[in-house]
Design a protein around this ligand. Sequence first.
Ligand code: NAD
Ligand code: AKB
Length: 316
Amino acid sequence: MKKVLIIGAGGQIGTELVLKLREMFGNENIIASDLKDECPSLIQDGPYVKMDIMDRAFVRNYIIENKVTEVYLLAALLSATAEKNPDFAWRLNMEGLFTILDLAKEKHLQKVFWPSSIAVFGPTTPRVNTPQYTVMEPTTVYGISKQAGERWCEYYANKFDVDVRSIRYPGLISYKSLPGGGTTDYAVDIFYKAKETQSFTSFLSEDTRLPMMFMDDAIRGTIELMETAKENVKIRSSYKLSGCDITPAELANEIRLHMPDFHIDYAPDFRQAIADSWPDSIDDSEAQEHWGWKPNFDAKSLVKTMLENVQVSAVK
Ligand code: NAD
Ligand code: AKB
């Protein structure tokens, strides 16, 4: 019997992952958990536990006592927030991973999902169609924690037969829950501001190209990777996934096809340097070959779906 715990369930990915997993496996089998005192309203239709991933003893007891079989560990500080508090970001992003990998090593867990990011790459990485195996010299604390995490996932898989699976997500674009402090957040904010005021000031320059993906594709890809047979998972560090790649100016042009009066201007801040260190586009052939990955949304369908669904009342 599957019993899944999602840690960091109140965030941008977690909210939608909980909704989808509950639809597939039943509300009572999918436990949401987060630091937040109150369960976020969108996921109140199933079990919720307040949990701090840094509290190793609490997390261990909860997972063992409740006979949890799978964990999705999403709690982390993202790239922009992490740069403001590097010591804490390193501890949060790494310590929780060891707690969960150790539980899997002791066979208390059957499967683990842990997300990586395009932030594992750095300025010396080939920028266009970045391959799976290439130079990786991240320059952010977030990227360093993700790269180290990938190495540890592979190590636990090889040495202790831990079934850990991972995706290097690009920037994720969604309308059900807001992003939590990343460099790609502009690509969500732009839709809210477009609907609210028909204008947007981008914190990245007009020609900053980054890999992006619509959340529906990210959730589907995550669950497909977790549900595929163990022998299909040939990469135990992390699989790259590609959706579309786009610049702020191109995104604005797509929005203008639906809202001709939309106006964008540019005021790059400290996040520009982070974006400049990341790839423009990603080659995801390994995910396609090993477990049949294929994105459904391109930039056009993503923009149309976002404009149809964003609720301006959700603006931060
Ligand atoms: P988010 O910031 O929206 O959500 C993170 C959640 O974790 C929040 O609800 C927060 O309250 C919770 N949290 C923080 N500290 C915690 C703690 N100590 N214990 C328990 N919960 C805690 O992040 P997200 O965008 O949903 O990202 C989830 C994961 O996916 C992260 O590891 C992130 O690095 C990775 N990722 C996200 C993206 C993206 O574009 N969203 C891209 C690449 C990778
Ligand atoms: C961020 O910008 O930090 C995240 C990511 C790409 O990991 N969205």
